[in-house]
Write a protein that binds this ligand. Structure first.
Ligand code: ACM
Ligand code: ZN
Length: 590
């Protein structure tokens, strides 16, 4: 964490904070009593698995969130990064599964061997909450109007489970830790026993069971999964995910609880009577509702607080993405839904995933003030005057200072990538683009003319203005993932060719390892005029580069080819300019 020099590092004055927060809480409550909140679910999620945070930290957040009438604290308690809740029947989950070899996510997960250690080992990083600690935390939150909702991940994001209880892996999966086997009765015994203890700690009506991003790779090779899928009449072992979720839903219902699952649960188009936490695509809400489920909106587009909130070059290393305070404040959870559909929307939630967030100060910096916009939307339905709301947040800074909340200072915000604010003239009328390798359907930008339309991307590769090309595994037949020809219509003098690339190694996007420009008058005989490459540099902050050929040539066809360093890695570009005025070239000064 290199950008925290401006954050004070003084011990927390618990008593002063608590007294101040209570007096302002009382005032806030008085004011709000007259108006009932639009949404009953005004949530905040904290991922405690990727990095462990103390109950003192959680109490501090509960105090502050309660002031803003957040009423649900969703704790992501289990994931590969570490199992954080004591389960008496399965002690290895916390004796081993809560402790890993590295705190640093790059070193442990991305570049490391993902090993766990024993509690007490001198090199062990991690921690967990005892059941008594969690009961006390639940009571503390309850007194402040906040329900703590626990999440126990299944069947994916469970490497710490299969590492400590390997009998829950698929048949034939001796090596890799992975998803739990959905075809083994032992998995259901385990999950039900765990949930039984969870239910006894958390009185919450809702229990979140995860259900997202199961890779399901090991199910394909597992004879037990193949047999089970056949028995159940499924076309594919992937459908076992829905089977597992339905069984767990039945178990929770019998216990008087309601299941929440991430929106992957909708792959089972018969799932009903659950609450779906929508994260991938706000449009999933409609499907959830059609199937008879309730919905909590927490889409990445507005509710992910691990994304940068300002220009990445000024921010701590993060997972990528770009989600400003104003963008969060612009979120309208029920936009486009009918009155009938709206009645299924319980509310919204901000999510703090913590892969790259190691300290309490950093966590608060990512949470606030964005979570305060979530709170306001939860109360009012939407924020009609964002500029006014922003000023009201800034006016609260002295109060946040008094509570020693380490917030992001909106007064210092730099804003979007300058190029994305100054669009150039489109070249599409004069130039035709022929793709020899297609751009990704996930990242098409505006399609065939995206690279010549004068539109530059912003800080985020997912903003719909960057076009993505994925490197093939067939590097002999398809050495370049980006391979296209610009047809100028007739032979013309060319002086400059400018190309923009982006690197975001957290999303496997790299600068081209090899980029070439060739020209031709007839479209058959090409002559290379430019070659450049950048070394593969993982773990760097996002980079934006501008590469330029300068010369004087005559040509009608310009072929541009770029290779990502490794199969599965990406090259992203937002624009190619021909015969632009000369200007600065190279890595952008951010
Ligand atoms: C998620 O972000 N995988 C829910
Ligand atoms: Zn299996």
């Amino acid at each position: 964490m290199t950008n925290f020099s401006f954050l004070r590092n003084i011990a927390r004055a618990l008593c002063v904070g608590a007294i101040l927060s209570y007096s302002s809480l009382a005032q806030a409550q008085e004011k709000e009593n007259a108006v009932s909140p639009v949404y009953s679910w005004r949530g905040c999620m904290i991922d405690l698995s990727r990095h462990f945070f103390t109950t003192d930290f959680l109490r501090k957040q509960i105090d502050f969130l309660a002031e803003h009438k957040i009423n649900r604290l969703h704790l992501h308690l289990t994931d590969a990064g570490g199992w954080r809740i004591q389960i008496k029947k399965y002690p290895r989950l916390t004796e081993i599964g809560a402790w890993r070899t590295e705190s640093d996510w790059h070193k442990w997960w991305i570049g490391g061997d993902r090993r766990y250690l024993h509690e007490g080992d001198s090199a062990a990083y991690g921690g967990y909450y005892t059941q008594d600690e969690l009961r006390a935390l639940v009571a503390y939150a309850q007194e402040r109007g906040i329900t703590i909702v626990p999440e126990i991940e299944m069947p994916g994001h469970s490497e710490e489970v299969t590492a400590t209880y390997p009998e829950l892996k698929c048949v034939g999966n001796e090596g890799a830790q992975a998803d739990m086997c959905p075809s083994n009765e032992a998995t259901y015994t385990f999950l039900e026993n765990v949930l039984q203890e969870v239910i006894q700690i958390f009185p919450s009506h809702w229990i979140h069971i995860g259900g997202d991003e199961a890779s399901r790779d090991t199910w394909l090779k597992c004879t037990r999964c193949q047999q089970k899928a056949k028995e159940l009449g499924f076309n594919h072992v992937n459908d076992l995910q829905g089977y597992l979720i339905r069984r767990i839903q039945r178990f929770l219902t019998q216990k008087g609880k309601e299941m929440i699952a991430w929106d992957e649960a909708l792959e089972d188009t018969t799932l009903t009577g659950a609450t779906i936490m929508v994260w991938r695509n706000a449009a999933a809400a409609r499907q959830a509702i059609r199937q008879g489920n309730k919905v909590i909106m927490s889409p990445t587009s507005h509710c992910y607080f691990d994304y940068h909130q300002d220009a990445p070059y000024l921010q701590p290393t993060g997972i990528g993405g770009y989600n400003t305070f104003n963008n969060v404040a612009s979120f309208a959870p029920a936009a486009g839904l009918s009155a009938e559909e709206r009645s299924y929307i319980l509310g919204l939630q901000g999510n703090l995933w913590t892969e790259f967030i190691e300290t309490p100060e950093h966590a608060e910096y990512m949470l606030y003030p964005r979570e305060l916009a979530i709170a306001e939307i939860g109360l009012k339905g939407r924020i009609s005057d964002i500029s006014h709301f922003r000023k009201s947040i800034i006016r609260q800074y002295p109060h946040l200072d008094s509570l020693e909340i380490h917030y992001f200072d909106l007064r210092k915000e730099v804003g979007e990538r300058p190029e994305s604010q100054n669009q150039k003239n489109s070249q599409a009328a004069d130039i035709k683009v022929v793709y020899h390798r297609p751009f990704s359907t996930y990242y098409p930008a505006s399609g065939n003319e995206a690279l010549i339309d004068g539109t530059y991307g912003g800080w985020s590769h997912t903003d719909g203005r960057w076009q993505g090309f994925c490197q093939s595994t067939d590097t002999i037949k398809k050495p370049y993932c980006m391979d296209l020809t610009l047809d100028l219509g007739k032979v013309k003098a060319i002086h400059n060719i400018d190309m923009e690339f982006l690197q975001n190694s957290e999303a496997w996007i790299y600068l081209p390892e090899d980029f070439r420009i060739s020209i031709s008058k007839n479209g058959r005989n090409f002559r290379e005029i430019f070659q450049k490459g950048a070394p593969r540099e993982p773990n760097s902050k996002p980079l934006y580069v501008h590469w330029r050929w300068i010369g004087t040539k005559k040509a009608r066809y310009i072929r541009l080819q770029a290779r990502a360093p490794r199969p599965g890695e990406w090259v992203f570009s937002d624009e190619i300019r021909i015969n632009e005025q000369r200007g600065k070239c190279g890595t952008k000064p951010y």
